[in-house]
Design a protein around this ligand. Structure first.
Ligand code: UVW
Length: 312
């Protein structure tokens, strides 16, 4: 199993491979323990809940062209004649939708089968266990389940005194350490790490002004992966498209995805709306909260739309 890894080998194995057993498909989510969730519940100060999912709509949302815009299609409408034959007659009708959305569009969670490196998924599973017809035989999104976790938000633009980090800026380990220290928040094993870069604020401003949003984005580089590993972070979320800096660090396509998803088994949450949460946390004087995440348990899926809820 141990090969030269993008993020560097740990303990002679690749990242967390084998750490939770040879058959494990949940990766670093194994680090979330009930006692940590209980401690997070005790940290709740205001009871204010913040939904972190963006609206699912065709326009004004960050959508990659190859994934296509999400579609809400009407399946039945109250005006359809078919309802006249039903017991309610003409007095009752019903409306229903069909939803068509790429599992990695808008706010979503990456399963551990999302990315393979040199033919392997997390824990060394053969990438050929993913088949076009059936999807993921190993590490599908349904293996991650729904969970609650203590989460720490690092508000990087606030730390650096800017509205948003410049597109293409590489967030370093020193940035994460400096921001956590300035915010006075302790990062604990089993936490979710939420990173605000300001990307979505910039996206919204540029879109509203009718300007093209640059493909380059601020995000973490490989150096910051050691922060995640050393703190035993269970999952990482951010307000950008891929957690990682674009153009990719080390000139390697998806280098941080490889280091986190494949090598470390750390699931990712992308396109989180963190700005309201950041304001609420600053007002409450805390940067730790209780976070719930409920990916849709779609068997064999590589990811899922999510609408996580943070309670401050
Ligand atoms: C890729 O970066 C390919 O996908 P995602 O944004 O879902 O991680």
């Amino acid at each position: 199993m141990a090969e030269q890894a993008v993020g560097g080998t740990v303990g002679g194995t690749v990242g967390n491979w084998g750490r939770w057993g040879e058959e494990d498909e949940r990766g670093a989510l194994n680090l979330i323990e009930p006692k940590g969730v209980l401690a997070a519940a005790h940290e709740v100060r205001t009871g204010q809940a913040y939904a972190l999912g963006l609206p699912i709509q065709r326009e004004g949302a960050p959508i990659f062209e190859y994934r296509g815009a999400p579609q809400r299609l009407t399946l039945t409408s109250q005006t359809d004649n078919q309802f006249e034959d039903f017991p309610g007659g003409k007095e009752v009708g019903a409306n229903e939708d069909v939803l068509v959305i790429a599992s990695h569009s808008i706010t979503h969670m990456d399963a551990l089968c999302h990315v393979q490196h040199r033919g392997r998924f997390y824990n060394g599973f053969d990438a050929n266990t993913f088949r076009s017809h059936t999807g993921a035989g190993r590490c599908g999104i349904e293996k991650l389940g729904a969970f609650a976790v203590r989460a720490v938000l690092l508000d990087l633009p606030a730390y650096k005194g800017v509205d948003f980090l410049e597109p293409g800026y590489t967030v370093t380990r020193a940035d994460l350490e400096g921001c956590a220290e300035a915010q006075g928040v302790e990062v604990r094993a089993g936490d979710a790490l939420l990173l605000r870069t300001g990307h979505l604020d910039n996206f919204r401003a540029e879109t509203a002004a009718g300007r093209e949003v640059p493909f380059a984005q601020a995000g973490i580089g490989l150096d910051a992966v050691s922060f995640v590993r050393d703190h035993d972070i269970a999952l990482v979320g951010a307000d950008n498209s891929a957690i990682e800096v674009i153009p990719f660090d080390n000139e390697t396509f998806l280098s941080v995805h490889i280091a986190l998803l494949v090598e470390s088994g750390v699931p990712l949450l992308e396109h989180l709306w963190l700005t309201d949460l950041a304001r609420g946390m600053a007002d409450a004087g805390t940067y730790a909260c209780l976070l719930t995440v409920t990916p849709l348990p779609v068997t064999g899926a590589t990811g899922s739309p999510i609408n996580p809820v943070a309670i401050v």
